[in-house]
Design a protein around this ligand. Sequence first.
Ligand SMILES: Nc1nc2c(ncn2[C@@H]2O[C@H](COP(=O)(O)OP(=O)(O)OP(=O)(O)O)[C@@H](O)[C@H]2O)c(=O)[nH]1
Ligand SMILES: [Mg+2]
Ligand SMILES: [Zn+2]
Length: 326
Amino acid sequence: MDECTLKEDQVSGAGRLLEGIVIEAAGASYVVAEDGGGEFRCRTFPGTGTENEGSSLVAVGDRVEVKVTESGTESMEGVITKVRLRTSALTRKRDIRRNRSKEKVQVIAGNIDQLVIVVSAFNPPLSTRLIDRYLVFAESEHLAPVVVVNKMDLGDAEEIMKLMEPYRALGYRILYVSAGRQTGIEELREVFSGKVSALSGHSGVGKSTLVNLLFGHRRLKTARTNLKTGKGQHTTSNAVMLALPTGGYVIDTPGIREFNLSGITRENLRFYFPEFLVPMQECAFSSCSHTVEPGCAIHKGAECGDIDPDRYESYLALYQSIDEES
Ligand SMILES: Nc1nc2c(ncn2[C@@H]2O[C@H](COP(=O)(O)OP(=O)(O)OP(=O)(O)O)[C@@H](O)[C@H]2O)c(=O)[nH]1
Ligand SMILES: [Mg+2]
Ligand SMILES: [Zn+2]
């Protein structure tokens, strides 16, 4: 390096090493927020190291080491030299029909404390099957789940609460909110405060709208759902992480079409339905899959109502889908 470049580098801060969190991921381009510092547009390079072997290289929420390549007033850029070990992650199995990527499992967000499952009372309609998939995932990853039912202004409160009753009875935390009418927002703020939360759910349920409400002003783009089908328009295309005024971070993610579970097998699925754990000890066969075996206590429990029949249906549907997905 000649004297002239050295001087330039010293002025621009190039070559400096820093640590930070990935707050945005768009294709191969990332934004890294330096601890207590500015934001750097970063990319990876073939020598980028990782402590997460066999997983997505970089995801929003990851802690990374960065070498600054440019640090002027116009632009701040760097390369990610190392990705630290994730303590937790929101992952899903890639749909191989849609994606040609080599990685089978996609990390949507890393190092999260809390998985916020967002559904809407109407437009799109509430899907308990999707809630069950997310809850199974949260149980398997030891992530604390919170279910947020948004758009309560559009649904019949009594009907919705009846649908959600099995989840309440299981002890899952449920919040009924309306971003439109701004009801339940204080409790929402309290749930997010001081934690790293990732919001996930179908497109159009109001994830970005809720994040905007937490800030009290528009930070993220939102868009109407289709008037005829009630489906969202996949408005959010990349995961973003925002520091909350109340402490903690919120990660908004793109709406999912399907939530393909990663890490779940036909054998371990039964352990992620907490209401099965005690009764399944009474099944006639110790290896009972709770599908077709005689003397199955879970099947019997669903018939007599001790186990919610819809949850049992979800279990059966998931059990069937696991083989098809893998
Ligand atoms: N009536 C009503 N509309 C709402 C409510 N919350 C959000 N919306 C509307 O629902 C539409 C979709 O909201 P978004 O926040 O873009 O949904 P999203 O979940 O972020 O969708 P994706 O980014 O596509 O995943 C917007 O038109 C919002 O104004 C609510 O509580 N009540
Ligand atoms: Mg959105
Ligand atoms: Zn059984």
